[in-house]
Write a protein that binds this ligand. Structure first.
Ligand SMILES: [Cu+2]
Length: 126
């Protein structure tokens, strides 16, 4: 006959395995939480670039552009007014955010510095 403590031990083990199975099930099917990817506007050395120049994200993720150096900057996606921030970000650390809800490749630029090569790309994977 089983004593109480070994019964409790077996029950504990059963609950632990069940929790593990349920846990791994949720981990495998739950969609990954949306990410926020940060892009610097202006390199640390003050170059007129986006850093990184190209980012790869998933549908539903957000890109956050942060004023770093050589501002003011803005974000313009031709043909995508909903993703653009045409008003210049003037202050240090000012942030502009866009959430991408469709897959594709989206190129953008900073209008005052486009000629200097301040262009970037967001690749959104479905
Ligand atoms: Cu700029």
């Amino acid at each position: 006959m089983m004593n109480i403590s070994s019964l409790a031990k077996q029950l504990g083990l059963a609950i632990a395995s069940l929790a593990f199975i349920v846990g791994s099930f949720f981990m495998s099917v739950a969609p990954a939480a949306a990410d926020v990817v940060t892009v610097k506007m202006g390199s640390d050395k003050g170059q007129l670039v986006f850093e990184p120049k190209e980012v790869k994200i998933m549908v539903g993720d957000t890109v956050k552009w942060v004023n770093n150096k050589a501002f003011p900057h803005n974000i313009v996606f031709d043909g995508h007014a909903e993703l653009s921030h045409k008003k210049l970000a003037q202050k240090p650390k000012a942030a502009l955010e866009s959430t991408f809800n469709e897959a594709g490749e989206f190129t953008y630029y900073c209008s005052p510095h486009r000629g200097a090569g301040m262009v970037g790309k967001v690749i959104v994977e479905g």
